[in-house]
Design a protein around this ligand. Structure first.
Ligand code: ZN
Length: 240
């Protein structure tokens, strides 16, 4: 199995299409989606339908939860809340129902997937350092777990201690556990605007991060045309 792991698409259709095409070119046989299909950008319904048509395992992200519910978004930052209110109107009830039914955690083959963390998947905690990762490892019963949520590609390794290694090409070594953030397709926040995803080859135990350019100007124009907050278009170019 050669798996493309992708998430935090956030309704960015141009980035998603480039990622899917690249994964097929790279010989991926399977796709796994780590959640946050919608929110922020201008093509929530199209991204949802594209992922749904792939018939792959998907876990729920916080934006999927917020876009598919009717609860108040007052506690959220105003820009994200505005985009989510708009997103709620773009989705059909049937699409919202599909998002609502997504599971929080899944085991796929011999690895686990979750949007945020395994210790408290419904709390949407952010893993930004090895101490956050330690809490996750206590609940990780497979050697490898993939996640998203921070939009920053990261690899945490647990051997005799928990440490971080650069998100480049990683060999999954026996005896170690791995908690891997595959970065964001549609709104990267590591200072690199290009779409990010990862390919895991189960036979060779090799994990590779991929960065891809896409038609960002088109995505930005759609955000403006939809009347979404302009800073959402600007931040795409900054990769923040
Ligand atoms: Zn996200």
């Amino acid at each position: 199995m050669r798996v493309a792991l992708f998430g935090d698409i956030h309704a960015n259709l141009e980035a998603l299409e480039v990622v899917v095409a690249d994964a097929r070119e790279q010989g991926c046989t399977d796709f796994v989606c780590l959640g946050d299909l919608v929110g922020y950008n201008a093509n929530p319904a199209e991204c949802l339908e594209l992922v749904r048509s792939m018939n792959c395992p998907v876990v729920k992200g916080n934006h999927d939860e917020d876009a598919s519910g009717d609860h108040s978004l007052d506690s959220m930052n105003p820009t994200a809340a505005r985009a989510l209110m708009w997103t709620r109107q773009q989705l059909t009830e049937e699409q919202r129902e599909w998002l609502r039914k997504l599971r929080m955690v899944r085991q796929v083959s011999d690895f686990t997937i979750v949007h945020s963390t395994l210790d408290q998947p419904t709390h949407w905690n952010y893993v930004t350092n090895r101490f956050d990762a330690m809490s996750n490892f206590s609940y990780q019963f497979t050697q490898v777990c993939f996640h998203g949520h921070t939009h920053v590609p990261r690899v945490y390794v647990k051997d005799s201690k928990v440490h971080e290694v650069p998100a480049g090409t990683i060999v999954i070594e026996p005896g170690s556990k791995y908690f891997i953030n595959v970065g964001s397709v549609g709104q990267p926040r590591d200072g690199d605007w290009r779409a990010c995803y990862a390919i895991y080859d189960q036979e060779s135990k090799l994990l590779v991060f991929r960065r891809l350019e896409y038609d960002i100007a088109k995505t930005q124009q759609k955000i403006i045309d939809a009347g979404l907050p302009e800073m959402l278009a600007a931040r795409l170019a900054d990769g923040r």
